[in-house]
Design a protein around this ligand. Structure first.
Ligand code: GFB
Length: 324
């Protein structure tokens, strides 16, 4: 149980599966800051995480002691609705291959990262961990959700049958440096940041916001998530997944106004009602994580301002922004 868990050795070999993404890059930064000296990564060209034979070979060769399984095909509401096959196939395969290879090569501990979309569309709010699988899913992301639920179950199955120390964390909507800013495939926060930025440069007075603006969402800065993941690796070992969030939500209209105030205060919002709202509300109950001893430190105002500064630096340095 939680209080008997030992922190993981800072000199152990730690594999971050998905190190190039929003979450993986934050975890890699966090591990470096914490003094980890043996962080292992593999690019997509080096390792196709959907291929069991390749993944097993890689694990046999590199012998990680600990694994952060944060790789996957991800995207916002439009990408989820229009590319269901990629979302279910890529994610189910990646979760299965990495967990299986971790078992085959005796990995000491693995943390699997799911998503708050695993919970039913009509889950009671805020959503507690035990609401998993007690009702139908939100249709705009059910394929991704099914793959993410399978990931939790794979970890639980290997824990139950083989005694593996594989744990799962369920984050709320994330944002921060290295996010995807492509307007078709991104999540709402980077999409709106880019839309307001582009509108300001073009001196366009209006910015389009998808849906009605009434959907409620919770946002966690990815550096807080990375901190929580390391905290759970060090302090948690049990079969049930753990929600990771702030427990605070706001409407998409409020979020859009917040981003507008940072990026382009003169802009007006125009809501496109032909686009989906998705799940009406999704705020996590974070009592369990708080009771373990972890709380976030980056509030949304600070996080949005810092992310926009990061965005501007990329633009100024002409660094290739993902999706831009
Ligand atoms: O972030 P998002 O794409 O995904 O959209 P979900 C959140 C809300 O923002 C929806 C609205 O109500 C969108 O209609 N929205 C407004 C926009 N303007 C925009 C825009 O320009 N772009 C985008 N993308 N949204 C995701 C799931 O659901 O949640 C993923 O699709 C994942 O699978 C993630 O689980 C955590 O919050 O609806």
């Amino acid at each position: 149980m939680a209080d008997a868990v030992q922190p993981i050795d800072r000199e152990s070999r730690v594999f971050v599966a998905g190190h190039g993404g929003l979450v993986g890059s934050a975890i890699t930064r966090r591990l470096a800051a914490d003094g980890f000296t043996n962080v292992l990564t593999a690019t997509r060209a080096e390792l196709d995480l959907r291929n069991q034979a390749e993944v097993t070979r890689w694990f046999e060769e590199h012998r990680p002691d600990h694994v952060f399984l944060v790789a996957g095909t991800v995207g916002g509401i439009m990408a989820n609705s229009t590319r269901p096959a990629e979302f279910i196939y890529d994610n189910m395969m990646i979760h299965g291959t990495v967990v299986h290879a971790a078992h085959e090569t005796d990995v000491t501990k693995l943390l699997y990262l799911g998503s708050s979309c695993i919970y039913p569309r009509h889950a009671a709010q805020p959503i507690t961990e035990d609401q998993l699988l007690n009702g139908p899913l939100e249709p705009t992301n059910e394929w991704y959700a099914v793959a993410k639920i399978a990931g939790i179950k794979v970890c639980q199955a290997y824990r139950q049958q083989y005694g593996r120390d594989f744990i799962s964390a369920m984050p709320t909507n994330l944002y921060g440096p290295n996010d995807n800013f492509d307007l078709q495939s991104s999540h709402v926060l980077p999409a709106l940041m880019r839309k307001f930025h582009d509108a300001r440069l073009a001196e366009r007075p209006e910015v389009e916001v998808w849906g009605t603006g009434s959907a409620l969402r919770e946002f966690l800065h990815v550096d807080d998530l990375a901190d929580a993941c390391l905290f759970l690796m060090d302090n948690y070992s049990d079969i049930e997944h753990v929600n990771v969030g702030t427990g605070i939500d706001l409407s998409i209209r409020e979020l859009a106004e917040k981003i507008r105030d940072v990026v382009y205060p003169a802009a007006e919002l125009r809501f496109d009602h032909s686009k989906p709202d998705g799940i009406p509300r999704k705020v996590l109950d974070v009592t369990k994580l708080n009771a373990l001893g972890w709380t976030p430190t980056i509030d949304l105002d600070t996080g949005v301002a810092a992310t926009y500064e990061w965005f501007l630096e990329q633009v100024a340095n002409s660094t290739a922004l993902r999706g831009a």
